[in-house]
Design a binder for this molecule. Structure first.
Ligand code: SPQ
Length: 424
């Protein structure tokens, strides 16, 4: 797909529902008693993979008038799948579902696409094995396909070496089936959607500083869930509004949970003209309408505790830094190397191909801003966040930017290109 320079971006956007919250709503709804009603569900490929996996395990999930109804069968109601569970491109489906599958009374196998099957799974295999789980990497390389045979589980306290909501959630979800209180301490707090949503389903969960604790519940109770707009999807329009001349974009109903909203702090630190309107709180998941206008930006340093709160936004933040005066430094973000692609390498390679001054480092990037971009051919390795980032780069560059495999945006934002077009 080809992108050329746009003179301005004006208008309103409603971004699709939050991917992390949509996955969790289907998973917890499947384990609950009664029906869970999900409004604002993200119908992206990753969340559809989660739906299909739970359907394969006997859960009835249907859509009526844009609402998803999950007819839960209780904590012990899943049935063994007759074939491999296809997790597609989704790390969240794989890692969170693994935690759940360890506590079942059947064997299952999870496998995904080439990108998913090369992502590290030892990070969940280690703590789940400590709990007594039988979880095997079938190719012996620490990656999916994973074979999981349910076993009685022991509660643990896990000191996670990595700030990862997927690792934390896998352990907490296995903890629903354990023989006592399970807790996880992280080096830095990661997104807390699992803790917030489990609590709303009636599970005793506590969070204190960087430790989350869960007690095995009698049952989960079906809920009505309103999924907020995904800040990770809003990020492309936030950056587009800031760097495209003569722009003003209102992005409505964006989730601004503080464990996710680091990009907003970074934009403010860089001098962004960004206004929060209509701020609301809903069970710990606050939302706001965000008004962004073209801004004169300066560099910043992004490191430490803020990193997990903006990890998925770092590709588009790297692009933002190309439009800021001075040198922006990103550190402590080595996790970027094990996402759908190695996002440090891909960002540095392709931004450099477009004329930006970017040096990749072991745990981030150094970006000297204010050098004009020109078009290039972008191979996004089927990574949705890379494709969307370079679409925004392309509309702010001279010449043509050709994004190969751009259809991967369907993973998290199927209508991304149409929405971008509407703003012109
Ligand atoms: O689900 P997946 O493929 O891992 O998706 C990504 C993304 O860019 O959309 C990461 F590649 O988001 C993760 C995120 O990076 C979603 C997530 C969650 O919902 O719990 C947590 C983060 O991953 P991690 O490994 O830091 O816990």
């Amino acid at each position: 797909m080809i992108f050329t320079r746009k003179q301005r971006l004006l208008g309103e956007i409603i971004v699709p529902g939050d991917k992390s919250i949509s996955h969790r709503a289907v998973m917890f709804g499947s384990l609950a008693e009664g029906t869970t009603e999900i409004h604002g569900f993200l119908k992206g490929a990753d969340c559809l993979s989660t739906i299909h996996c739970f359907q394969q395990m006997g859960i009835s999930i249907e859509e009526k008038d844009n609402t998803i109804f999950v007819h839960g069968k209780g904590l012990h109601g899943l049935t063994g799948p007759s074939k491999t569970l296809d997790v597609g491109n989704s790390g969240t489906t794989t890692r969170l579902m693994s935690g759940i599958l360890c506590g079942q009374n059947f064997t299952s196998v999870l496998s995904g696409d080439d990108s998913l099957n090369s992502r590290p799974m030892k990070r969940i295999m280690t703590p789940l094995s400590l709990m007594g789980a039988d979880i095997i990497s079938l190719n012996g390389n620490g990656c999916a396909p994973l074979q999981i045979t349910g076993k009685p589980l022991s509660a643990i306290h896990y000191q996670s070496p990595v700030a990862s909501a997927q690792v934390k959630s896998a352990v907490l979800l296995a903890g629903l089936y354990a023989d006592g209180i399970t807790s996880v301490t992280e080096p830095v707090l990661s997104r807390n959607h699992t803790e917030l949503m489990l609590e709303s389903f009636g599970v005793p969960v506590t969070s204190h500083d960087k430790t989350a604790t869960v007690c095995p519940p009698e049952s989960l109770q079906g809920q009505k869930i309103q999924v907020p707009g995904d800040i990770s999807s809003a990020a492309y329009f936030i950056v587009a509004g800031l760097i495209t001349p003569n722009s003003e974009i209102l992005i409505k109903n964006v989730g601004i949970n503080p464990t996710r909203a680091g990009i907003l702090k970074v934009c403010e630190a860089m001098g962004a003209d960004l206004t929060y309107l209509n701020v609301k709180d809903d069970k710990g998941e606050p939302t706001a309408d965000l008004l962004v206008k073209t801004s004169s930006l300066h560099s910043t340093v992004i490191e430490g505790d803020i990193i997990p709160t903006l990890i998925d936004e770092l590709p588009v933040i790297a692009l933002l830094a190309c439009f800021a005066k001075g040198t922006t430094v990103i550190r402590d973000a080595q996790e970027l190397k094990v996402k759908e692609s190695n996002r440090i390498d891909l960002m540095a390679t392709h931004l450099s191909a477009m004329g930006a001054r970017v040096i990749p480092t072991d745990d981030g990037m150094v970006i000297e801003g204010d050098h004009p971009l020109h078009g290039a051919e972008i191979h996004c390795k089927y990574d949705h966040r890379i494709a969307m980032t370079f679409a925004i780069a392309g509309i702010n560059a001279d010449g043509e930017t050709n994004i190969i495999d751009s259809d991967c945006v369907k993973v998290s934002y199927p209508a991304f290109f149409e929405d971008l077009e509407k703003l012109s």
